[in-house]
Design a protein. Structure first.
Length: 57
């Protein structure tokens, strides 16, 4: 499962593709793919901490 982060409110979405509207802020945001693709990345949450330092979920 991929992790995407809203560029406006930092909402983390998990799915195959990001939504057109952010479920959190309701804006038509750009989502950044923040999925970790290496085992040592993400501190067990599968979120790339280089892209997103404080995952809420």
């Amino acid at each position: 499962m991929n992790k995407f982060i809203c560029n406006v409110c930092q909402y983390t979405f998990e799915g195959e593709t990001p939504p057109e509207k952010c479920p959190s802020c309701g804006n038509s945001c750009s989502f950044v793919d923040a999925t970790c693709y290496t085992p040592d990345c993400g501190n067990g949450k599968n979120i790339n901490t280089v892209i997103y330092k404080n995952p809420k979920q």
